[in-house]
Structures are given as C-alpha cells and as structure tokens.
Ligand binder design. Structure first.
Ligand code: WT7
Length: 642
C-alpha cells in the first residue's frame, strides 16, 4: 500500500498545512478518497463549537473494519497484521496475517450476533493484552456495536460505574490476565462488578490463565464454545454492518477535573481518517515496517495506534502482553531484537523507569532495526529524551513527541519523523487540519512567538470528540464553554521563536501519573469513602519516574498515631485499600499526610495552590495566605510534610 497523502518533505508539510487550514473540507475530502466507502458523503464538514455539533462526511456509509481488514485482503492477505508477544518470553508468540485476523474477527462477529448483540448496543470489554482483545474490539465495530474498553487495572466499582453509565448489555472478558509476575483475575472482578446489575445480559469469557472462574448459566458463555458453534457451520465471513459516518464507534472513559469519568465518544469516519493519516505521517510508516506501540488497548493510544490507525494503513502492528521490566528490564529491547521492530512508540514514564536500570539491560540486544522512536502521554524531560536518542535510537532515529488526548482521537501536535525538525521536550508543530491557539485567562488570544498560554484548538479536525456519552451538556461545559467557540484542551503550552509548541502540563485539577490521567476530585472522593476520613485534598507533585505523584492531605478522625485502629502506616494501607476498591490500584496516593485541618478560604474552598507548593517542597513562597480562614494550619502542614 502506498500512501498518496504521506508527506515527503518539509515544503510539502507547509503546503499541506496551509491547504488544510484554508479549506479543511477540501483537504480532508481529498484524503477520504483513499478509503473504502459503502456510499460517499454529501457534506464534508458541518460544525459549530457552541452546541457543539461536529459532523464530518455526512451522508457517507462505511464500516471501519472493511478499511482495517477487507480492503487489504487482495494484496496483503499473507502479510502479518498483528504480531503478539506474550508476557512470558518462553511462551510462543503468535502472528495473525490479514487473512487470519479477518477470519477471526468475522467469526467473533457471529458470536456477538448469536448472543444478541446488535448495531448500537454497548459492549464493555475488560481483557488483558491478548489477540482476542483486538479481535473483540474489531468484531464490535464490524457488527456496529459500540465498544467501551475498560483498562484491566480498574476496580469492580469502576467497571460497575462505566457499565451503568453506558447501559452496557454485554461484556467480553478473560478468566485472567498475565502482567509480569502477576496473574490478575479479571472475570472475578467482573463478577463483583455485576452484583446488583440488572442490565447485563451476556458475558463472553475467553481463557488465558485458566484461573478458576464462576460461570453463571444463562449469562456467562465461553468464547471457545461459541466459536466452535460458528466453526461447525463453516462461517468465515461476516457482512460488515453499514454505519453512518457519524454513528458512534466507541466510548472510552477518561477522568476530568470534576465528578466521575466521562465517556468520550468517537464516531466512525472521522476517527478512521485521522488515525490513519496521523499514523502514516507522524511515524512515516513504510510498507513492511513493524510498528510497536507499548500502550495498553485500554487507553486511547492503544485504540488509535495499536489497532485502528495501523490496521487501516495495512501495517504490521505488534502487541505485547507484559510489562517492560519482567522478567528483566531488557524486555522491550529483547522484543525489538526478536522481531526487528522499526518503530517504537512508548511513554516517557517507561523510558525514565528503564533509564534507572542503567545500560546493562540494553546491551546485548540488536536495536539496529529501529528507524523511528515516539513518545506520548506527558511532557518528556530533556534527560529522558537524550537517553532515548542516544542509547535506543543510537542518534539515528528521529524522536516524535506526540501531543494529543483521549478527546482528540489522534495526534494533534508532533514533529513528523525525519520530515520536520525535532526539539527535545517540544511537541513542535501541529498536524495538517489542526489549528492551535494560545489564550490568556480571559480567553484573549496570545499572538506572536515566545509566548505562553492555555492551549485551545480553533476548528474541528476529523476525530474531535463528538459528545460525552449520555450527557451532551457535559461535553459542552468541559471542552467548549471555558472559551467560547474554542476547544479547550486543559493544557498549558508555550510557543517558541520558531512557532514550536511545548506542552507544559495540565492547568486544571487533573493529574498525569505515569501518562495516565487521574482527576484529583476523583481520588478525594475515593479517600473520603473511608469511614474514618473526614476530609481530604489531593494534589500532584513531581515524581522522578511517574512524572507526577499523588499527594493526599487527609483529616482522619482521632489522632492517627495513638488511634486504636493502629499506627499511621496501617491507616495509610487502609486508605490504599479503599482507593483500590473504588478506583483501582493506579490511583493509590504515593504520599498520605495526616493533618488536622486544610487551608480554606472564608467561603470554604480548599486553597490547592498552597498545598501544591507544600507537596512540591516549597516552604517559603506560598503566596498570599491572608485570605485563609485559619492561616495557622499552613504552618502545621508545612512542618508535617512527608
Ligand atoms: C493528556 C491527555 C494521548 C494519549 C495518552 C494520554 C498529556 C499527552 C503529551 C505530550 C506533553 C502530553 C496532556 C494531555 N500529554 N501527550 N506529548 N507532551 N503532554 O491521553 O489520558 O487523554 O491524557 O496527556 O496533558 O492533556 P489522555
């Protein structure tokens, strides 16, 4: 497959960029010609950010899986679509060619249909990183069901909330998942999530760890049994459901600064176009390259750059079940060597953690196949950037620092590998079709270079968030109301003398822990569920590996040290347990400081600014504390800092 829309040099980038901003509809309709449609569109773009209403390729009919699978069968039937590397290096890897993946997706589409799944139904997918996860996702898309993949690290309570919010009637899961030394009992977590649930009709369970599981008659069925029924009938094709361009493709829950996670909704056509376009251009994918994105499919990075983008481009995508540090810290390098990986896309937190093991684990692995390196999820510090460049890329691989969000569906700001310049810790320039602007607190545009502000986007790109599931108003308030007629990213950024963007981090109450987004309010709510917790305040602080750590200030009933419930250390563990139950282990605070009061204004608002400074280790310049109800509390908190 050659990509007529692949940018070949910097002049073309500038040229295409200008065209895309001058006339987005014309620009994207030309690109859309290179995809498979059941019916063409009548209106390329129709939008306003005030509702918001964003419609791309209105009138068109398609199925994204025909673009990810069927259209490659003629030339690439025997080309590997998916390479799967298991957690344990001693277990055999699996390779699914485009033909094989097509067949498996079609078979599982039958299974979904046989179990009652119809177009528009919500299917929750809670699985480890095994090929069946990719198959389940694509089969949902093929039958027109809306998938909602929930990352395997979330708790039963989190799943229950997401099931309810999406009114999901179906679940696809596994008995368990392997991650490093751990064996996570996913089905058992699902069973807990289903206590009291009256909406879910069917749970399809595949086998991976063969952990004992409870199977409930009438509700739970085995994946393997269901596939057998389809095989007995000799079914290897499944007609792809005809979808409207704007029909929802999936829901993916993500955290915000307030309340419960929101279900970000992406639609079929725009998402397909933008993930494919950005995949091909940012990584400069060449036919035959092996692309290794280390994310989990439970996050947007996995959706867009393990599955949809690469498969739609006819690429070979590598999916890894395990973790970077097991059985040793050379696991990534071993995989790159084993499969002669050409593109590695990972997160700064992984790079920093691997840096910590020194060069020993890197040596002895041949990394010469690498052509392009990528990072995503958080700002990359210069030290990590240089280590990645020198020791992994051997100074011959461009590094793409890709800035984007769950809500943006695909990469919005990044250099294009080897085509546009890289600059350490800068995401650099916007992709064609993306019109970033910086605004000040009042929403006034900050023009010119060498400036900073809040990062907004001026007009829609094809994979803009369409709505938050079941609550369009929330989508509007969260993203389109802070600054009228702009999409607000929640990030701060600066623009250097060359117009390159550097993302400086969130400007709202959202933390970025190891590249995962966690709302401070969400963690506080979980901590406050603990029976003895009166109140809490959560802030982020710089963490060497995770980027940000979670620091919780907690008012615990009674003096924690002498409390009959145990020592401070035990109470911290109880709080960890509580957070793990409510959200999942990923949200456990790194530090818990017990305090007798929190710094509040006279109107009762917690002054997080002060807590943030204390958590960061600042003791002198805490700013104006005269408006506090009880300034004395600040002294106590400072003295008790962990
Ligand atoms: C937030 C989005 C996009 C997939 C992974 C995270 C931060 C993301 C970068 C980057 C600096 C980055 C932002 C953004 N972020 N990429 N290259 N440089 N910051 O998706 O969970 O939706 O989080 O991650 O703060 O808003 P997400």
């Amino acid at each position: 497959m050659s990509y007529p829309y692949q940018i070949k040099n910097i002049e073309q980038y500038h040229h295409d960029y200008k065209r895309s901003i001058d006339d987005p509809a014309e620009f994207w309709s030309t690109i859309a010609e290179h995809f498979t449609w059941k019916k063409k569109w009548h209106t390329t773009l129709n939008w306003n950010f005030s509702e918001p209403k964003i419609e791309w390729f209105k009138g068109a009919k398609l199925n994204i899986t025909e673009n990810c699978l069927d259209r490659h069968l003629e030339k690439f039937a025997d080309t590997p679509a998916l390479i799967w590397e298991p957690n344990d290096p001693d277990e055999h890897h699996r390779i699914l060619t485009y033909r094989k993946l097509y067949e498996k997706v079609c078979q599982f589409s039958h299974v979904l249909k046989n179990n009652g799944v119809k177009k528009g139904d919500r299917v929750c997918i809670y699985m480890g990183m095994i090929p069946e996860l990719a198959i389940a996702v694509l089969a949902c898309a093929r039958v027109g069901a809306i998938h909602s993949v929930v990352f395997g690290g979330f708790s039963a309570q989190s799943i229950a909330d997401r099931l309810y919010d999406a009114q999901a009637e179906y679940i696809v899961t596994c008995d368990g998942a392997y991650r490093g030394q751990k064996d996570i009992p996913l089905k058992s977590v699902i069973d807990d999530a289903l206590i009291g649930n009256r909406i879910v009709k069917k749970v399809i369970v595949t086998t991976r760890t063969r952990t004992p599981v409870s199977m409930i008659k009438g509700r739970d069925v085995w994946w393997e049994d269901e596939i057998k029924k389809v095989e007995t009938l000799g079914l290897t094709d499944f007609p792809a459901e005809e979808m409207d361009a704007e029909d929802p493709l999936f829901i993916l829950y993500t955290s915000g600064s307030t309340g419960k996670p929101k279900g970000v909704v992406h639609s079929c056509a725009g998402y397909m176009l933008f993930t494919t376009y950005t995949f091909v251009n940012v990584f400069q994918y060449q036919q035959g390259d092996i692309h290794f994105c280390t994310a989990d499919i439970g996050w947007i990075t996995g959706h867009s750059y393990i599955l949809y983008g690469p498969l739609s481009a006819g690429a070979t995508t590598l999916m890894f079940e395990g973790v970077p540090t097991w059985p040793d810290a050379g696991r990534f390098w071993n995989i790159i060597d084993k499969f002669k990986v050409n593109i590695l896309y990972t997160a700064p937190t992984a790079i920093r953690s691997l840096m910590g093991f020194g060069l020993g684990p890197v040596h002895g692995h041949d990394l010469s196949s690498l052509k392009v390196l990528g990072t995503v999820g958080e700002p990359i510090n210069e030290e990590a950037w240089h280590w990645y460049d020198e020791h992994i890329g051997k100074k011959k691989c461009p590094i793409v620092d890709t800035w984007w969000q769950t809500e943006t569906g695909g990469i919005l700001i990044s250099n294009l590998a080897g085509i546009t310049p890289a600059k350490a810790s800068y995401a650099t320039l916007p992709l064609p079709g993306v019109h970033p602007i910086l605004v000040d607190e009042n929403g006034k545009e900050v023009e010119g270079n060498n400036v900073s502000g809040n990062l907004c986007i001026k007009s829609p790109w094809p994979s803009t968030i369409r709505t938050t599931y079941g609550d369009h108003e929330r989508c509007k308030t969260n993203y389109f109301a802070t600054y009228p007629d702009l999409y607000f990213t929640g990030d701060g950024a600066l623009r250097d003398e060359n117009g390159f963007y550097r993302i400086t981090g969130r400007v709202d109450d959202v933390l970025n822990v190891s590249g995962h987004r966690i709302g401070t309010a969400e963690v506080e709510n979980a901590i406050n569920m603990h029976a003895n917790v009166v109140e809490s305040a959560v802030v982020g602080y710089p963490h060497d590996i995770k980027g940000q750590g979670i620091y919780a200030f907690v008012i615990y009933q009674g003096s924690h040290a002498q409390n009959t419930h145990g020592t401070a250390e035990m109470i911290r563990k109880d709080i960890h347990q509580t957070v793990s139950r409510i959200i999942g282990a990923i949200a456990k605070p790194d530090k818990i400081q017990f305090v007798s009061g929190l710094p509040k204004t006279r109107s009762g608002k917690i002054m997080r600014r002060i807590l943030r400074k204390i958590a960061e280790g600042e003791t002198e310049n805490l700013g104006d504390i005269s408006t506090l109800l009880d300034p004395g509390v600040v002294e106590e908190i400072k003295n008790g800092k962990l």
